[in-house]
Design a protein around this ligand. Structure first.
Ligand SMILES: C[S@@+](CC[C@H](N)C(=O)[O-])C[C@H]1O[C@@H](n2cnc3c(N)ncnc32)[C@H](O)[C@@H]1O
Length: 300
């Protein structure tokens, strides 16, 4: 049977991306993705047809407008239509091509065969509806930060176990393993992300022992880790960080992304309260990524 989805499209100012994105995710949208459009952005999310009614979409429109206007941005434009899964899950693929990120990675659609580049690890992906093709600034910042954390130029890497919270397509988990991590726990609340990450592991010849994928959040990570990467939204990061005690080891590193520039101070304050020392803040477009180390006794 063909599955049909509501495609909900919101056009708004770039600065309103986080509020709209958050509202779409709370509403239950899958595959939320953003495109630049002549000075504004188009954010699209998808919900199975049977899960919601037109009245729900109308209510969503009111919430989004209230959220956006309350932050001082121009009112957004909301549109919706029913689409077949096949049509939208693959329509964007024509515009996605191999993309070098940082110094050591080449992100590549599963269906393309790029020329071999000996300097870069080839990371093949077929994300379907899950977030994470490597084209978004927040993902790129994490990939570059992973490259820094897993750099073995001057000394061999010690065994490194990582947690990828909000793995989406699995892009960060797979990159971490290609760059030398020993094991990654990848978790995401979305079942589509879990499927996409498992598909990504197979495409890159990564075993289920190296990349352990589970649906849910940080609670699914069964042991303390040496590094954590979390590209979700600032509001979610600030909620999750204080809960992570079972995952922490002194001196472990953390990469926090999905944060708008103006939210960096707020997230940094929460991290510091929880024993993290902020190392560097990397910026791209309106986004930033915080690199931190867990040093619970540094200020006490
Ligand atoms: C912006 S995407 C990041 C995907 C990928 N890691 C990347 O960097 O491209 C955020 C992901 O976090 C997931 N997510 C949202 N809230 C979460 C939570 N509390 N715990 C785990 N995953 C969550 C979403 O389903 C989504 O797949």
């Amino acid at each position: 049977m063909i599955q049909r989805w509501w495609e909900i499209s919101v056009t708004c100012q770039a600065a309103a991306e986080e509020v709209v994105y958050w509202r779409l995710q709370c509403f239950g949208c899958e595959g939320v993705a953003t495109q630049q459009q002549q000075g504004r952005i188009l954010i699209q999310g998808y919900v199975p047809q049977q899960q919601i009614t037109l009245l729900d979409i109308a209510a969503l429109g009111v919430w989004i407008e209230q959220d956006v206007v309350a932050q001082g941005y121009l009112p957004p434009k909301l549109q919706w239509q029913l689409v077949n899964e096949q049509d939208w899950a693959h329509s964007w693929q024509a515009y996605w091509h191999p993309l070098p990120v940082g110094d050591r990675l080449l992100i590549c659609p599963a269906w393309e065969d790029p020329a071999i580049d000996e300097q870069r690890f080839l990371l093949k992906l077929d994300p379907g509806m899950a977030f994470g093709t490597g084209t978004h600034a927040t993902t790129q910042l994490c990939l570059e930060a992973l490259e820094m954390q897993l750099d073995d130029t001057f000394a061999p890497l010690p065994p490194t176990v990582i947690a990828d919270i909000g793995c989406g397509s699995g892009i960060l988990s797979i990159a971490a393993l290609l760059l030398g991590a020993t094991k990654v726990y990848a978790v995401d609340v979305s079942d589509l992300a879990v499927i996409a990450t498992q598909r990504g592991a197979a495409l890159n010849h990564i075993s289920p022992e190296q990349l352990v994928v589970a649906q849910g959040s940080w609670e699914q990570v069964p042991e303390p880790v040496d590094g954590i990467v979390c590209n979700i939204l600032a509001s979610v990061i600030m909620e999750l960080v204080p809960q992570w005690t079972p995952l922490l080891k002194p001196k472990m590193w953390g990469i926090f992304s999905g944060i708008l520039l103006e939210q960096a101070d707020q997230v940094a304050a929460v991290l510091e309260q929880q024993g993290w020392s902020l190392g560097s803040v990397w910026r791209r477009q309106e986004w930033c990524c915080l690199n931190a180390r867990f040093e619970p006794n540094a200020y006490r």
